[in-house]
Write a protein that binds this ligand. Structure first.
Ligand code: SF4
Ligand code: SF4
Length: 56
């Protein structure tokens, strides 16, 4: 299981700063989470202003 960022992402970058393992990077039009690195902590979901990161 890993978190995934939906197309609601407004590209603010807050989640990338909040991620403790550096799993989030800039993708094409939205930020993306590397499922191999994500430890399911939920920090990105807590920081996101639009609720884009969701648990798969
Ligand atoms: Fe990073 Fe935690 Fe979000 Fe996974 S759930 S991408 S580890 S902040
Ligand atoms: Fe996108 Fe939310 Fe991350 Fe901002 S915090 S880059 S809106 S997923």
């Amino acid at each position: 299981m890993a978190y995934k960022i939906s197309n609601d992402c407004i590209f603010c970058g807050a989640c990338a700063d909040a991620c403790p393992v550096g799993a989030i990077s800039e993708g094409d039009g939205k930020y993306v989470i590397d499922p191999a690195k994500c430890i399911d902590c939920g920090s990105c979901a807590s920081e996101c202003p639009v609720g884009a990161p969701n648990e798969e």
